[in-house]
Design a protein around this ligand. Structure first.
Ligand SMILES: NC(=O)C1=CN([C@@H]2O[C@H](COP(=O)(O)OP(=O)(O)OC[C@H]3O[C@@H](n4cnc5c(N)ncnc54)[C@H](O)[C@@H]3O)[C@@H](O)[C@H]2O)C=CC1
Ligand SMILES: O=C(O)C(=O)CO
Length: 315
């Protein structure tokens, strides 16, 4: 069977794929064009795509008789694939849950600390040469210990963030989620997102993209306290970026820490201009170990398909 990997991946992953497949690696780090996506469905039995590879309903409609029977996605988020359209075209979709959880929760904590403790601003001050030395009222931030965190989307990553907040920082944890979650530490479900936003010192976005578009809108941001910070490690589209800019400019919230953007990789100049905004380039899973685990998981899904076995991680 022929397998297309749409971006360069760690060598170990490509070697593992070669045990089962005749592998082609697209040696380009950019997002594939529509033509490339259509060709991938025509020329390969299995495709190993990743976030940004926009397999829309239109792409499937453009290829009425696809050779491809499976998309083994590299990543847990699959909002770039129209799964219903894929299934209607006879194409299975899998993802890589779990492999990404701890690393992404770690980046949420990085952003929480950077935003609350003004770390980006401080680093820029030192690099600029303008730092005049320590004094008792210099660059005072928000002390995270014992504060109240609100988590939107209490799934694998949301729970890993909650765990870090509770056990690491002694924080009170509340969450907004479709269903109640049983944790081994106190975590209170709040039925209304604006009510949650109004209570907490830090609000963290950890829901999948897709149907959650603009879940965090002007109303949610207005409900937040002026000293509170918004952290988004999920998908950019979950937060209405223009409303976030307005809220930050109006001082309705104290800061934001972002790993993802509504029109990635475009980051609005207005966000870049604000000292109280921490901007990371979608680093959630960016370690060699984690990217290797994700790749091996995607290959395992693809190989199960090739061998006619049950798919380990169907979407
Ligand atoms: N920044 C990064 O590099 C990364 C970002 N992600 C993003 O994080 C997302 C979450 O990943 P996991 O925790 O593994 O997913 P998950 O499926 O375990 O958790 C998602 C949670 O959100 C809840 N949820 C979904 N829609 C909701 C809604 N409308 N309202 C309230 N709750 C809702 C679900 O019930 C579930 O508990 C991924 O879909 C992906 O988009 C994942 C990995 C890395
Ligand atoms: O897994 C995902 O969904 C990502 O965003 C990248 O790791």
């Amino acid at each position: 069977m022929k397998l297309l990997i749409t971006r360069p991946l760690p060598a170990l992953v490509v070697d593992a794929a070669r045990k089962t497949f005749d592998v082609t690696v697209r040696e380009d780090t950019s997002v594939p064009t529509g033509d490339e996506l259509r060709s991938s469905l025509l020329d390969y039995d299995v495709v190993l795509p990743t976030l940004g590879d926009l397999y829309s309903a239109q792409v499937f409609a453009d290829v009425p008789k696809p050779r491809a029977k499976m998309l083994a996605n590299f990543g847990v988020g699959f909002n770039h694939i129209d799964v219903e359209a894929a299934k209607a075209a006879g194409i299975e979709v899998t993802n890589t849950p779990g492999a990404v959880t701890d690393a992404t929760a770690d980046i949420a904590m990085t952003l929480m600390l950077m935003s609350a403790r003004r770390a980006g601003e401080g680093e820029r001050l030192v690099r600029s040469g303008a730092w005049q030395g320590w004094h008792p009222t210099q660059m005072l931030g928000l002390h995270l210990s014992s504060k109240h965190v609100g988590i939107i989307g209490m799934g694998r990553i949301g729970q890993a963030i909650a765990r870090r907040c509770h056990f690491g920082f002694g924080m009170r944890v509340s969450y907004f989620n479709r269903s109640a979650k049983q944790m081994d530490f106190p975590a209170e479900q709040v039925a209304s997102l604006t009510a949650l936003a109004g209570q907490v010192d830090v609000l963290v976005v950890a829901v999948p993209g897709g149907s959650t578009m603009h879940l965090v809108n002007a109303d949610v941001l207005k409900a937040m306290q002026a000293h509170a910070h918004l952290i988004n490690i999920a998908r950019g589209e979950v937060v209405e970026e223009s409303a976030l800019i307005t809220a930050l400019q109006a001082g309705e919230i104290a800061g934001a820490g972002l790993d993802v953007y509504e029109f990635e990789p475009k980051v609005p100049d207005a966000l870049k201009a604000m000292e109280n905004v921490t901007l990371l380039p979608h680093l959630g899973t960016a370690t060699l170990e984690v990217r290797t685990s994700m790749g091996l998981m995607a290959v395992e899904n693809a190989a199960a398909f090739a061998h006619g076995k049950a798919l380990p991680n169907p979407v």
